[in-house]
Design a protein around this ligand. Structure first.
Ligand SMILES: C[S@@+](CC[C@H](N)C(=O)[O-])C[C@H]1O[C@@H](n2cnc3c(N)ncnc32)[C@H](O)[C@@H]1O
Length: 271
């Protein structure tokens, strides 16, 4: 049966409180069926003409991309792309050393990490590039679709295939996932959290990736953050949380210790 496009689906933009209409589209006819399938999976409308929607999830030959038509600062589409900076992922990403330390990488030790707030997967990719096995949980289906597409392309690229093979992505709410783990008596070596934090810069200055996160993911309320941290601590002896360097502790809970960078900090909870 032919897919019936729904009407416009409004998406809350947490940063500006605007409601955007988002639809799936494609660049060349050969990709139309793939776009149709994606629209069905995400329960989004499918559109052939770009004009009616402000946000588009576009299936292109370069990969799945987010396009925001009314924003001069978000020039060009945004994709999750691990292949372009593949070498950087091993060496020079900002905060890499601190992140590795925070999750307990030491000498040859590479723990299995559950990244419960996957986002665009940059931190997970760094961890996997260092040799960790990583399980990502991301609750926003559109972000997860962009991330899944980036990981798939990374699997097909000779420079990144081995790294991407160490990553597994699950779409869902991490608090529920962790509670279920606890019920089943399962444990996780390390849990990593990088919850949304209100962006302080003017939108023109915020990098493309940060804009994409702001458009597609909402900052959590303190109660939800508290529940996520409690669920993580219940199944792991090591929880590492990324925070802006001057931010208060997540859920007001003091960590065992913190690792300080210039702009970010990792709070480590050991039990
Ligand atoms: C700041 S971003 C993470 C960025 C990520 N560390 C990276 O390197 O790209 C936070 C992400 O966590 C997700 N998130 C927040 N709470 C979550 C939860 N309870 N379960 C799953 N994902 C969650 C949000 O949807 C958002 O995509």
């Amino acid at each position: 049966m032919k897919y019936q496009p729904a009407k416009s689906v409004p998406v809350d933009c947490p940063a500006t409180k605007h409601r955007y209409s988002i639809a799936v589209t494609w660049t060349v006819p050969a990709l139309a069926a793939q776009a149709e399938e994606l629209a069905r999976q995400l329960a989004l409308p499918l559109t052939e003409t770009e004009g009616q929607h402000i946000l588009l999830l576009r299936v292109s030959q370069e990969g799945l991309e987010l396009v925001k038509l009314d924003d001069p600062h978000l020039n060009g589409p945004v994709r999750v792309d691990f292949t372009a900076g593949a070498i950087d992922y091993r060496r020079q990403q900002q905060g890499r050393e601190l992140l590795l330390k925070a999750v307990g990488c030491k000498g040859n030790r590479r723990p299995v990490v559950l990244d419960a707030t996957g986002g665009l997967g940059r931190d997970s990719f760094l961890l996997a590039a260092a040799g960790c096995q990583v399980r990502i949980i991301e609750r926003e289906p559109i972000l997860a679709a962009l991330l899944a597409d980036g990981l798939q392309r990374a699997q097909q690229h000779s420079k990144t295939a081995a790294i991407a093979a160490r990553i597994r992505l699950t779409v869902g709410d991490a608090t529920l996932f962790l509670r279920e783990m606890r019920k089943q008596g399962q444990r996780m070596e390390v849990i990593y959290l990088d919850p949304m934090f209100p962006e302080r810069h003017k939108s023109a200055l915020v990098k493309k990736e940060a804009q994409m996160l702001q458009l597609l993911a909402a900052p959590d309320n303190p109660e939800a953050e508290k529940e996520l941290l409690a669920a993580a601590l219940a199944v792991s002896g090591r929880v590492a949380i990324k925070r802006p360097v001057k931010a208060p502790f997540l859920a007001g809970r003091k960590p065992s210790y913190s690792l300080l960078g210039k702009t970010i900090r990792f709070d480590v909870y050991l039990s």
